[in-house]
Design a protein around this ligand. Structure first.
Ligand code: 2M8
Length: 415
């Protein structure tokens, strides 16, 4: 094993808190939904039982309606805001009240493919099925084919330029005092702005006042964006789950997943823009397509076989974003006015996003670009370490260090 792979495994070990992995000590001291799914996919490649355990610990937080929360607060910690007291949810174990990109189903499938036994996979499969049902019923009640986010944190790309217009409509007033802890852990210039946090917490207050009821939240939401990244991930996970259903002899579930997947495929097909050579999310409050160019616009490659002309256009556009960058793939192109290469999700490079993009490009036979991105991020990690994310213009390591999903991405991409 190379030294770097040993370091990456060591990070996963250090961040273990008893069967689940915190993203990094201090900054993120709890279990996060999609972080854990990426970690579980990495474990699928060398420690299948531990990978199963990661997901089993996550679904201790699954709600009765199927939602898997974005944070499970297994143990108290005062190093993070907003903590369990701000969320005011009523689950057995304290959790947040919103979700995150549904990589979970992809991880269940990966563990199955790596030989996890049916007695561990079946309960995880059923948790994933209930989660997918929740997404389609709670977050696409009108059947458009794209699932919607009610909070930018649900995208995992918290302060992405994709949310600028929709988030600007959300008031900055809060009933909960905003007492940030993140800026005590990392340089504030790398974090969302105070106004973003005011709005993030306004949304939490709004949904807590709905008693976290999904239908009430849908009606009350001042932020509602039907997202191509989330839908692309949901469909990729749904495809894997559908195959898994067949392997487990769950024929009715397989048919149900087939129908859900078809709905997403149709929604994504309509979200493609010839003029922009990318997919575009839909702001359900204004009825406008999201104009800001971000990595989200290419994530559907994960789950679709694009027609040749669309794929050629997407690949050309992705290559354009990489031009002149030291590290790929920037989550916003440099020529976009909202580009800030060090400020969190406003243009920086995220190893797990590269993981998803590489997978989508390979699916669509864009092997050269996939290899360029893979090589670029592996080199950056070996040069600068296992940080949260990178400045694409300089390769500077940014955010938190000793980061779990970065280690997971390295283990996957460096094989
Ligand atoms: C970041 O998000 C959290 C809120 O969920 C935060 O900034 O406090 C995002 O990068 C998100 O995608 C990630 O899951 C989380 C933990 O790594 O941190």
């Amino acid at each position: 094993m190379s030294d770097f792979r040993a370091i990456a495994r060591g990070i996963l070990q250090d961040n273990d808190r008893g069967g689940y992995t915190v993203p990094t000590a201090g900054l993120y001291p709890f279990q996060w939904n999609w972080d854990s799914a990426f970690v579980a996919m990495a474990f699928a490649e060398f420690d299948v039982p531990r990978g199963c355990l990661e997901l089993e610990r996550l679904i201790e937080g699954q709600w009765d309606d199927g939602m898997i929360p974005h944070i499970v607060f297994h143990q108290p910690s005062d190093s993070y805001f907003p903590g369990a007291d701000v969320w005011r949810t009523s689950h057995r174990i304290p959790t947040s009240g919103i979700t995150q990109p549904p990589v979970f189903g992809m991880a269940v499938k990966a563990l199955h493919d790596s030989g996890a036994p049916a007695e561990r996979i079946r309960p995880l499969f059923h948790a994933a099925l209930r989660y997918h049902r929740w997404w389609y019923s709670a977050r696409d009640p009108e059947g458009t084919g794209l699932v919607a986010l009610l909070h930018p944190w649900e995208s995992g790309s918290d302060n992405s330029p994709a949310w600028d217009v929709a988030l600007a409509r959300v008031p900055t007033t809060t009933t909960t005092p905003v007492k940030r802890k993140d800026t005590g852990h990392v340089d504030p210039a790398m974090r969302p702005r105070d106004q973003d946090y005011q709005r993030f917490i306004h949304l939490v207050d709004t949904y807590a006042a709905c008693g976290w009821d999904a239908a009430e939240q849908w009606d009350a939401a001042p932020f509602k964006v039907a997202c191509v990244q989330t839908t692309g991930i949901l469909l990729a996970a749904g495809e894997g789950l559908q195959q898994l259903a067949r392997a487990l002899g769950e024929e009715a579930a397989a048919a149900e997943l087939d129908a859900m997947n078809a709905r997403s495929r149709a929604g994504l097909d309509q979200a493609w823009s010839d003029a922009d050579s990318r997919f575009r999310s839909l702001d359900l409050v204004s009825g406008q397509r999201v104009a800001a160019p971000t990595q989200a616009c290419f994530i559907p490659l994960l789950a679709l076989d694009l027609p040749a002309a669309r794929m050629a256009a997407a690949e050309q556009e992705m290559r354009r974003w990489c031009e002149g960058m030291l590290v790929s793939f920037p989550t916003t192109p440099r020529d976009y006015p909202g580009f800030e290469p060090r400020r969190y999700w406003r243009g920086s490079v995220w190893p797990i996003i590269d993981w998803l993009l590489v997978q989508g490009l390979l699916r669509n036979n864009a092997t050269a670009l996939a290899e360029d991105i893979r090589h670029s991020i592996v080199t950056a990690l070996e040069t600068a370490g296992f940080c949260e994310y990178f400045d694409p213009t300089t390769g500077e390591p940014c955010g938190g260090g000793h980061f779990s999903w970065t280690a997971a991405a390295y283990l996957h991409l460096s094989q």
